[in-house]
Each structure stands twice: as C-alpha cells, then as structure tokens.
Design a protein around this ligand. Sequence first.
Ligand code: DX5
Ligand code: ZN
Length: 218
Amino acid sequence: PGKPMIAPSILAADFARLAEEAQAVRGADWLHVDVMDGHFVPNLTIGLPVVQALLRSTDIPVDCHLMIEDPDRWAVDYAEAGAHNVTVHAEAVGDPVKVAKNIRAAGARAGLSVRPGTPLEPWTELLIHYDTLLVMSVEPGFGGQEFMPEVLDKVRAVRRLVDRGELQVLIEIDGGINADTIAEAAAAGVDCFVAGSAVYGADDPAEAVGRLRTMAEG
Ligand code: DX5
Ligand code: ZN
C-alpha cells in the first residue's frame, strides 16, 4: 500500500455542527459519511439533502457508505451530488455491475462493502468493476463497536491480488479502528482507515487523524 489514508466518520461527530466538524479534521484524506435507512441496518442517520449540505461545506473528498436497501436506485444520486466515493453493500445490491457503472459515469469512485460475515469469494470477480472494497470490521449500524480481527483474512486475500497486479482496488476498513487496532489492520494490507470515535472522541480530531496515520505507517 501507499501512504495510509484516514477517513474520519462523521457518524461520531456532532450532527448539529456538521460543517464545523468537517473542518475539525483538516488533513483527513476522505470524510466518511454513513447513510443508514433503518431497514438495511437497525439505525437511521442522514440522507441526500444532508450529504449535499456537507458537500458544500468541505473540500475534503466525501466518502458515502450506503447502508440502505435498494442502493441500485439511490447510489447514483450521491455520485451526482459530488461525492468522491460511493459504496454500496454487497448484501443489498441488485445488479452490482450496473450500479458500479452508473456511479462511475456520474463521476465518482465506486465502492463495494461486505459485512463481517459475508464471504468475499463470490464477489472477488466483480471487483474489477469497483475502485474500492470496504471491509466491515463491525456489524454495520453503529459507531463505537469492537474491532473484529477475523475480517482481516479478507483484507489479506485481496491485498495479495492487488499486489500481484490481478486487481486494482483500494482496500478500506470500517469499524473499531483506533490506536489499539490500526497497526494490525495496516499490516494486513489496508489502504484507507475509517475512524469515527477514535477521531471525534479525541480532544483534537485533526491531531488524532495525524496520529492514526503515523501508527498505520508502522
Ligand atoms: C458503522 C459505520 C462506521 C462507524 C465507525 O456502521 O459504518 O463508519 O462510524 O465508527 P467507529 O470508528 O467508532 O467504530
Ligand atoms: Zn461506515
């Protein structure tokens, strides 16, 4: 992997002060936005209008993680709004090739995410249509959960394919990333680390981003 990327998750920020919270993580590579619909996951967060407002208030590339049913219908709207990366869930997507094409045609990177219990094998050959693989290291739905190291086997498997030049995909991990877990994830071959509570729970979120990046560098 190249220089480790850090993507603070706005889920752990103060939703009443989103613009300021986005500015509080200067130096972050991506700003991770968790879109949840209360159906695909048992939690409801924010949708397109708030993402559009956030896009107007930050220069950090926005990384939309869609934890929603029927992403085939909605993903392209986030790409058209100006998101840098739009990730759909393997467990929810209907036509994964078409969705990826639509996201890319709208000018964004296309991401595919797998829950901790979802095996990678059936999806590996579809990854040629995607720019990002988002490996969930907690059950999607809530921040502040404990990291599941067993998902790193999936990271290692894809890292091998990328290093051999058989696949070109950025490997992102999401859930429970903090000072205690980031080095292990980095060693497995993660490129981009989502961190919610570890960034926004810190006194100085921007400093926390820098610290996490240094730890990921090993
Ligand atoms: C969980 C979300 C994560 C969450 C991570 O469903 O996808 O992005 O914000 O939060 P932490 O880093 O606190 O585990
Ligand atoms: Zn997320």
